[in-house]
Ligand binder design. Structure first.
Ligand code: HEM
Length: 381
């Protein structure tokens, strides 16, 4: 660790489990966080677009009603599934995470307020629905911006914690922690990479939802609209990712790229994300609502697309570890395993995931929205 840098020593207490286990759990729980996060971040924009298109086309208005009803469900899942990776980051990289987030303390803490506001907006858009008329568009725009800002602050924070050489300059410029530290070369591609991944997943979910909404001989108009919009967003996001991902790769520090290059199977992992995403796209394109097997193809397509997020989740941890170890004390992490504690964590993780599945299954069986939209007011109201 460079002596000139103001980096605290690693945790005073030893880690409660081996590093490989904590890292694996960090990757697993981050992957689980990404799945509903995409539904919130990409889904709020898709709902906004449906709402706008719905001004002229009733099928999209219907779609907007249904999507708005899903946002208040995706939001708590995102937040709850964000807590676990946060705990593992704090355990493994607390000496980097805390100083960095204190230096940008106000934007970092403001994410709580922004999320609460966005959550209220989602409920209003879902419950008051069409009664809001044009105001719903503005509320959905506000929700999309709020969750977009939260994602940007997080992206900036997780990048800044790996740049301790910049901390002193940021503190000297303004010790109050009022602003976001400048992004650096990695900032824009890192954020765009996360954003496009969220849009691609949300587009895929929508195409799968559309396939699920149709039955042979009974395809509601909003299913056709959802398929069109979902696939269009998925294709555009993957196209954008083809430019942004190589750009992001080039901005990664040399030590991170070398660690991925040296990883056994690193090249396979790099290729696996795009390959799975394209496979997911093909399956979703085959999932034409109302056709035989459309539901199966839609479900498989969404699953394969979701799996495409796993290899990048692994690679970002390989890259982060390679950068972070430079700032650890020479003796590295201290470990004193507490297996009882880890068993309790594992039991609660399984219980929590089981509860989520149990809660989501009734919605999968429902063809109506999660929160049934209010009927449109008649002209005399
Ligand atoms: C709507 C709400 C949220 C959105 C849109 C969101 C979005 C994101 C994005 C885009 C990233 C990737 C950032 C990057 O590294 O470039 C991320 C990472 C992360 N988020 Fe969330 N997030 C949300 C809520 C939360 C909450 C409430 C928590 C914690 C309680 C959380 C915990 C995390 C953690 C720990 C990571 C980094 C994990 C890692 O680097 O391995 N998130 N989030």
């Amino acid at each position: 660790m460079p002596a000139s840098m103001p980096i605290p020593r690693a945790e005073a207490l030893p880690l409660p489990a081996p590093v490989w286990l904590l890292e694996s759990l960090l990757v697993l729980t981050f992957f689980l966080h990404v799945l509903p996060m995409a539904a919130v971040l990409g889904g709020s924009v898709l709902t906004l677009v449906s709402d706008l298109l719905g001004r002229r086309r009733p099928a999209y208005r219907e779609l907007a009603d249904r999507l708005a009803g899903l946002l208040p469900v995706a939001m708590p899942a995102t937040i709850t599934l964000g807590v676990a990776p946060l705990l593992f980051i704090q355990l493994l990289y607390g000496n980097l995470f805390y100083p960095a987030t204190v230096l940008m303390g106000w934007p970092w803490l403001s994410t709580l307020g922004l999320l609460i506001l966005a959550y209220y907006g989602m409920y209003v858009a879902a419950l008051a629905g069409r009664r809001l008329r044009q105001a719903r568009t503005w509320i959905l725009l506000g929700v999309s911006l709020l969750v977009g800002v939260v994602a940007m602050v997080f992206s900036r924070g997780y990048a800044f914690m790996l740049q301790p050489e910049r901390w002193m300059a940021v503190y000297s410029a303004d010790p109050r922690g009022l602003g976001l530290p400048a992004a650096g070369a990695e900032g824009a591609p890192r954020f765009l990479h996360a954003l496009l991944a969220a849009f691609a997943l949300a587009g895929g979910y929508l195409a799968a939802y559309a396939a699920w909404a149709g039955r042979p001989g009974d395809v509601p108009a909003h299913a056709g609209a959802g398929r069109k919009l979902g696939l269009a967003v998925l294709v555009m996001s993957l196209g954008g990712q083809a430019v942004v991902a190589p750009w992001y790769w080039r901005t990664l520090p040399e030590v991170a790229r070398a660690a991925i290059g040296a990883l056994p199977g690193g090249t396979v992992l790099l290729a696996a994300g795009p390959v799975l995403a394209l496979l997911g796209l093909v399956l979703l394109a085959l999932a034409v609502p109302g056709r035989p097997q459309a539901r199966l193809a839609g479900l498989l397509g969404a699953l394969v697309l979701a799996l495409a997020a796993a290899p990048p989740a692994i690679l970002r941890e390989v890259a982060r570890r390679a950068q972070a170890v430079q700032y650890l004390p020479p003796e590295g992490w201290q470990v004193a395993a507490q297996w009882g504690l880890m068993a309790v964590f594992a039991a609660f993780l399984v219980l929590a995931l089981g509860t989520v599945v149990w809660m989501v299954l009734p919605y999968a069986r429902e063809r109506e929205g999660v929160i049934p939209p209010e009927p449109e007011p008649s002209p005399g109201d």
